[in-house]
Design a binder for this molecule. Structure first.
Ligand SMILES: [Zn+2]
Ligand SMILES: [Zn+2]
Length: 147
């Protein structure tokens, strides 16, 4: 008995066969590796989201997947996973827990200006145009505030 993890417990990374990953680290690893191999068109196994294969290999994998029998009793899939994995969806889905960044609040400056009646600046416009724009903004400002 050894305290070290059994070599057979490691999983080979689908992106780079030189990567050996412990199953508990796999989701995290795949998220990072997907960024390093953006051209790798891998699809996810419907029975286990950490099984990634090319489309051709996935057709065989689905037949042999060790997670299949358990899932099949409840749900018989009749379609293969989509051919083109949507990369952004993949990253968002597997970005859970590990290194999770705080959610970024969406901020729409234009909508904010409209709402708060802030006088906007025309970026990069010639001074005369900027002046005319500022004037029209001031008028707009005054008109809105009269009611
Ligand atoms: Zn890897
Ligand atoms: Zn599988």
């Amino acid at each position: 008995m050894s305290a070290l993890p059994n070599v057979e417990e490691y999983v080979i990374c689908p992106y780079d066969s030189a990567h050996r990953i412990l199953p508990v680290r796999l989701t995290y690893h795949l998220t990072r590796c997907a960024k390093n191999f953006p051209s790798a068109k891998l699809v996810r196994c419907p029975y286990n989201s950490t099984h990634l294969h090319s489309v051709a290999n996935m057709q065989n994998h689905i037949i042999e997947c060790p997670n299949r029998s358990a899932a099949e009793r409840f749900n018989l899939p009749d379609v293969l996973p989509p051919v083109e994995p949507r990369a952004r969806e993949f990253l968002i889905e597997s970005a859970e827990d590990w290194d999770a960044e705080p959610p970024v609040q969406t901020y729409n400056p234009a909508a904010h200006c409209e709402k708060e009646l802030i006088i906007r600046n025309l970026q990069g416009a010639p001074p005369a145009a900027r002046r005319a724009f500022r004037e029209s903004e001031r008028r707009r400002f005054r008109e809105k505030n009269q009611f």
